[in-house]
Design a protein around this ligand. Structure first.
Ligand SMILES: [Zn+2]
Length: 113
């Protein structure tokens, strides 16, 4: 197991822990939850997890700076972060990714693609 995957594991576990703590806070003191209220709580946790785990995986994948432009071989310049809606099987999530632009042809690059 590499140091990097250990680090990713602990960040994912931390996010899962936060999501569960969040659910417990919302449930706090309530013993009369209906089935559909429980489903709502777990559904919120699911959305939170999907968003935060995906973001952590993108951050992890972006630790390696991209090389050269895949279209023309020009140098890439870092242009900051941009957010993107990602459509998954279970709905949409918003993820922030590093954005690079080729200094030669202007093509935008969003590793990991
Ligand atoms: Zn280019």
């Amino acid at each position: 197991m590499s140091a990097s995957s250990d680090e990713l594991r602990s960040r994912l576990q931390e996010r899962a822990y936060e999501a569960i703590e969040n659910l417990l806070r919302q449930k706090a003191g309530r013993r009369d939850l209906s089935m559909s209220e429980m489903e709502d709580l777990v559904g919120d946790l699911e959305i939170e997890l999907r968003q935060s785990l995906l973001q952590e995986m993108v951050v992890d994948a972006q630790q390696t700076r991209p090389g050269l432009c895949e279209r023309c071989g020009g140098k890439l310049r870092y242009k900051g972060k941009k957010s993107r809606q990602v459509v998954t099987l279970r709905g949409e999530v918003k993820v922030e990714r590093d954005y690079y632009q080729c200094q030669t042809c202007g093509k935008g690059h969003f590793p990991p693609g």
